[in-house]
Design a protein around this ligand. Structure first.
Ligand SMILES: [Zn+2]
Length: 209
């Protein structure tokens, strides 16, 4: 392996503005371009990210246990949880929609929470996880980010289907609020984290991997 140049912005006396991406001098307290406060590393971002992530993980329980939708069909009311909704679609041979619902409602939120947990643990506890796995976790979260809109896609499909029937009415049930919060909180947990903390961890620890 070739010897890597270990110069970082911090060693060169530079500090990146996280808002407008301008490179400032470390001696500056505020960005010269947009006047936001400058920090070489935001250590409080770890606490914020953990708090948001744990809340999201807890909310995943009511999101899956309580009904997510209330369907009124010719006067008969039925409640569906995420899982029973998917089972219904499988039984009525709507496999593609069942797959979309499974990916958007179960796979994406769970993978995002697991991925974020892996790299928060790596930063907080400096566990001997190899660089290869850490980067894999990071790429999974990045890749999943672009699929977060899938939930909105599922909602729009449901609305379109329901509008076709005159005697059919669908309303969100309590789990819908919990589920929306899970999505929002995982997005925020990824957003508030100062990823430079992870880069430091990768540079200093197990550099030989
Ligand atoms: Zn700036």
């Amino acid at each position: 392996m070739t010897k890597r140049n270990r110069n970082t912005g911090m060693t060169l006396g530079l500090c990146l503005c996280t808002r407008c991406r301008k490179m400032n001098s470390k001696s500056q307290s505020h960005c010269l371009r947009c006047d936001s406060p400058l920090h070489t590393r935001d250590d409080t971002s770890l606490q914020k990210s953990w708090a948001l992530l744990i809340t999201a993980a807890i909310l995943l329980v009511p999101a899956n246990i309580y009904p997510i939708s209330m369907i009124t069909n010719q006067g008969k009311v039925t409640y569906d949880t995420i899982f029973s909704g998917i089972a219904h679609l499988v039984h009525t041979d709507m496999i593609p929609i069942a797959i979309i619902l499974f990916v958007a409602s179960i796979l994406v939120p769970v993978m995002k929470i697991v991925g974020l947990t892996i790299y928060l643990i790596a930063i907080s506890f400096e566990l001997p996880i190899s660089k290869k796995y850490l980067m894999a976790g990071f790429h999974i979260i990045e890749w999943i980010g672009r699929w977060s809109m899938l939930d909105l896609f599922v909602i729009s499909i449901t609305v379109a289907l329901v509008n076709m029937g005159q005697l059919l009415d669908v309303k969100p049930a309590p789990a819908a609020t919990a589920f929306a919060l899970v999505i929002l909180l995982t997005q925020m947990a990824a957003h508030v984290l100062d990823t430079r903390l992870l880069w430091d961890r990768l540079e200093v620890k197990n550099d030989g991997n």
